[in-house]
Design a protein around this ligand. Structure first.
Ligand code: OSB
Ligand code: MG
Length: 382
């Protein structure tokens, strides 16, 4: 354990009384469009949550994308649910610990990304109040995490050039987006150029049970895993596929909760889990998912949603827990954005990102930069 813990900390969950909740939309241009089987993101229309509580601030970031195509949430919908339903429940609850938040919201099913954004703002405020880092709060045991990179669908030449760049930069693992008609060909071309590269693919549910032969053909490429080949609700289909394909299957969209992971394991639907805090409703549920997987000896890694430095800081903290034995979709700020919203962008150091050790998220939001990308601000009070 080399994440420094400060002295004289309150080491128990601390109730936070929210005085205000700011919902701020920013439009961050990506350095290049990110294309998956379920859509293309060119500008990251991002919802930030900023709370004030007894003189401290807390920041959260919502994972929802502009379009509801990866999962059912979208950024405008998440904002409306926060405004009309979640934030009023938070205010009505009075002082609440991050652990208590889920209970205050639990008559509202779903909307995990909206809930996770609010939880992260509470965790950050709590950390800033107590002096403890989010990493220490969640149980991190490392001070740096291996950086992986997720490469969107690209034309063949552009794909090879991009992978060459990322390998040269030191990324420890490359993930290629695939879809029917753009799978074995591009992955084999990358494999031929990089025989020893830690390589995996992600289909975002673009295949069906009828594609088992196509997916089994990937077995000759020495991939670490195939992520989410089938629809998110098709756990039985994944279990059947796992009997035909030798490459380990990893689930992303299907794992909406700890309970979903238990079901997947009971069926034999996956051997690896992508842990995405927004997808499971928050960082505390993500830690519980990590704990379950660790107890079952299922390797996990931290997924990404094209986060700014705010969400990235939290994901890096989470990925420093001991069960995160595989490199995550955690890349340097400059892989996504020309200008990140934190004063010290995340950079690669020997293929790793450094876990922040300051209070809460441990990053400083650059308000001028945030302001310059802001498209709308809404402030809610009790
Ligand atoms: O499936 O992992 C995914 C981005 C948007 C939606 C879904 C996914 C992704 C990524 C991005 O792969 C990874 C990253 O943030 O670096
Ligand atoms: Mg995925």
């Amino acid at each position: 354990m080399n994440v420094p813990r400060r002295r004289n900390l309150v080491d128990v969950p601390t109730p936070i009384r929210c005085d205000s909740v700011e919902l701020r939309r920013i439009a961050l241009p990506l350095v290049e469009p990110f294309r998956t089987a379920t859509g293309t993101v060119t500008v990251r229309d991002l919802l930030l949550v900023r709370i004030t509580a007894d003189g401290v601030e807390g920041w959260g970031e919502c994972a929802a994308l502009p379009e509801p195509t990866y999962t059912a949430e979208d950024v405008a919908g998440a904002q409306r649910v926060l405004t009309d339903h979640l934030v009023p429940r938070l205010f009505a609850a009075g002082p609440v610990t991050p652990e208590g938040l889920a209970g205050a919201l639990d008559d509202v099913p779903g909307h995990p990304m909206a809930k996770a954004a609010l939880e992260l703002a509470l965790l950050d405020a709590e950390g800033r109040a107590t002096g403890r880092s989010l990493a220490a709060r969640l149980g991190a045991t490392r001070d740096r995490v291996a950086a992986g990179v997720s490469v969107g669908l690209l034309a063949p030449d552009a794909l090879l050039a991009r992978v060459d760049d990322y390998v040269a930069a030191g990324y420890r693992r490359v993930k290629l987006k695939v879809q029917p008609g753009a799978d074995h060909g591009p992955a084999a071309a990358v494999r031929a150029r990089h025989p020893d590269l830690a390589l995996q693919v992600d289909a975002n549910g673009a295949y069906t049970r009828d594609d088992a032969t196509t997916l089994a053909a990937l077995d000759d490429l020495g991939l670490l895993m195939i992520e989410q080949p089938l629809a998110d609700d098709d756990l039985v289909g994944h279990a059947e596929l796992a009997r035909v394909v030798r490459t380990p299957l990893c689930l992303d969209e299907s794992i909406a909760s700890v309970h979903a992971a238990e079901t997947a394991f009971a069926l034999g639907a996956c051997r690896i889990v992508n842990v995405k805090p927004g997808r499971v409703g928050g960082y505390l549920e993500a830690v519980r998912l990590h704990d379950l997987c660790r107890a079952r000896a299922v390797p996990v890694w931290c997924g990404g949603m094209l986060e700014s430095g705010i969400g990235r800081a939290a994901n890096v903290a989470l990925a420093a827990l001991p069960g995160f034995s595989l490199p995550g979709d955690l890349s340097a700020s400059d892989r996504y954005y020309e200008r990140d919203v934190v004063t010290a962008p995340f950079v690669l150091d020997d293929g790793h990102l450094t876990v922040p050790t300051g209070p809460g998220l441990g990053v400083t939001v650059d308000l001028d930069v945030v302001e310059s990308f802001t498209t709308a601000v809404e402030v809610l009070r009790p």
